[in-house]
Write a protein that binds this ligand. Sequence first.
Ligand code: 5RP
Length: 226
Amino acid sequence: MSIEDAKKAVGKAAADLIQNDMIVGLGTGSTANYFIEALSVRARNNLFLKAVVPSSQRSHILAKRLGLPVQELNDVPYVDITVDGADEIDPLKRMIKGGGGAHVREKILAANSREMIVIVDESKLVPAVGVGKLPVEILPYGSPATRSNLEKLGYLGKWRIQEDGSFFITENDNLIYDVVFSAPPPYPQQDHEQIRLVPGVIDTGFFFNIAGRVIVGYNNGRIEIH
Ligand code: 5RP
């Protein structure tokens, strides 16, 4: 079984947890896409959804194309369950997200859902968050100064650049600065707070105390729900 098969399997497992009449938040990314596809299969059979609420334009387009009843977060009274992927998750369910640059909206959606179900393949499991990069969304206004202020605090990293050499621009029209830690930080919550205090920073990709059930897909085909 490949990583792709594991992503598909957790997407389907999450779709199987969705019940009639729910309002469902849709994450962003390749694993979330498998969830959206599996959910649309159920919705074409016997599952009735009140609405699905995307966290990005990409998920919006996919959900619409698959015939799901898309609504915006501002237009729904609540969200029952949001299902989303992650770049890293540790045993304390602390996460790093934003590999797709959508973490600001993903966090707002997840934080305003009754439950966030996280779907990952085993490559995303880490002993402590901060193994890879930490995406930080930054307002373009004054961005060189914002970066320099982060560097002065020891948060070294790189602007996220697209293949054509241009800056990656988020759906909120902002930039992404990917912080790289030399080792997983011992107190990531403190780093999150310190980074957020820098004027010009919108939010980091750290997610604390948001994940509910976590569905992990292993390369040997096993699926675990924690
Ligand atoms: C997007 C995200 C994604 O959930 C995260 O990057 C995982 O993506 P994938 O499922 O493609 O590995 O946070 O902003």
